[in-house]
Design a protein around this ligand. Structure first.
Ligand code: COA
Ligand code: ZN
Length: 303
């Protein structure tokens, strides 16, 4: 049986767009519960400017408050050197650097150009090297930008090349506003895997236009084994107009398990956490399996 690896991003991507602040203790208890479900990785928070992302202004308290499950990699989003220093003080296993493939989203989200992001990353790699902390980089708007439209594959590959030259070890390709389609995803992923077979690529999809699971399937068929996903389908970038939730973790796990692909995740345990997610965030969530039940659900025959 083949195996895929899931990074649960709801505590970061999911909460960053929530209008209501989730109390720190609730975040900690939630992350600790998620850690018991077999998820390979959890993106627990982001060390961004508290003015930019107020809902995650408690990053240090969250990171220091959670219990470390031995089989989980704990990562956190980092936009600059200051964020990296804050993250390392909290003993993260991985930092997830973030930059944009498009200039306009880069300015809107990070107030810097992609070139300035790369320059900061070079400093960060020097700072982190030797600490044992894994360095991943997420490339926002890989498949399209809400301001500029389609991003050329050549530009994406040139940025991947630069990130690898700097010393970044893993790369996440992000469809920030859910504009990617499966044909585009398959082509880009096949080319990336063929060109850099040694690099662990992760794919990060948003389900804004209902293409999230189809895109994940296309990426898997192209050889991708690592996926970001968000419990309940929460998520979205507050600086990308029209952004909505990530591909839903339990729907993604359900699809792959139904196909006979091992996710390492206990789906029933994940569903049980998703069931109480509306209590945490104060609203309904867009996942499907939580409402419909698993595909092997059976109803009594009508009499
Ligand atoms: N953590 C905490 N505070 C930070 C910080 C960080 N990583 N980076 C900067 N700051 C603080 C500075 O210390 C400064 O504080 P002060 O006003 O008290 O002096 C203030 O923020 C402004 O610093 P500056 O370097 O000018 O940053 P900026 O205002 O240009 O913002 C970013 C740049 C990258 C820090 C900010 O845009 C950001 O955090 N973006 C993240 C967006 C995001 O996470 N989007 C969703 C994920 S894709
Ligand atoms: Zn996202």
């Amino acid at each position: 049986m083949s195996r895929i690896y899931i990074n649960e991003v709801a505590p970061r991507d999911g909460l960053q767009i929530e209008a209501t602040f989730v109390p720190t203790q609730n975040k900690i208890a939630w992350i600790d519960r998620l850690a018991t479900t077999g998820l390979a990785k959890i993106e627990a928070t982001s060390f961004t400017s508290p003015k930019a992302i107020p809902s995650l202004s408690d990053a240090t308290d969250v990171m220091q408050g959670i219990q470390r499950h031995p089989s989980v990699i704990y990562t956190a989003l980092v936009p600059n050197l200051k964020g990296c220093q804050r993250a390392l003080e909290c003993d993260v296993n991985e930092i997830n650097l973030v930059m944009s493939a498009s200039d306009s989203h880069s300015q809107a989200n990070l107030r810097m150009t992609p070139e300035q992001s790369l320059a900061q990353f070079a400093e960060i790699v020097t700072y982190v090297q030797g600490s044992g902390v894994f360095i991943n980089a997420s490339l926002s708007t890989t498949f399209g930008c809400p301001f500029e439209g389609r991003v050329d594959e050549a530009r994406v590959f040139s940025l991947i090349e630069k990130l690898l030259q700097i010393g970044v070890q893993g790369i996440t390709l992000c469809d920030t506003t859910g504009v990617a389609n499966p044909a585009q995803v398959k082509h880009l992923c096949q080319s990336a895997v063929a060109r850099w077979p040694q690099v662990p690529f992760t794919l990060h999809f948003h389900n804004t236009r209902g293409m999230g699971l189809a895109n994940a399937l296309a990426a898997w068929e192209a050889g991708i084994l690592h996926f970001d996903a968000s419990l309940g389908g929460l998520g979205g970038c507050p600086y990308a107009p029209g952004a909505t939730g990530n591909v839903c973790s339990e729907d993604l796990v359900h699809m792959f398990e139904q196909m006979g692909v091992d996710t390492g995740v206990d789906l029933d345990a994940l569903l049980a956490i998703s069931e109480v997610l509306p209590d945490l965030v104060g609203h309904d969530t867009p996942g499907h399996v939580i409402k419909a039940g698993k595909a092997d659900r059976r109803y009594p025959i009508p009499t």
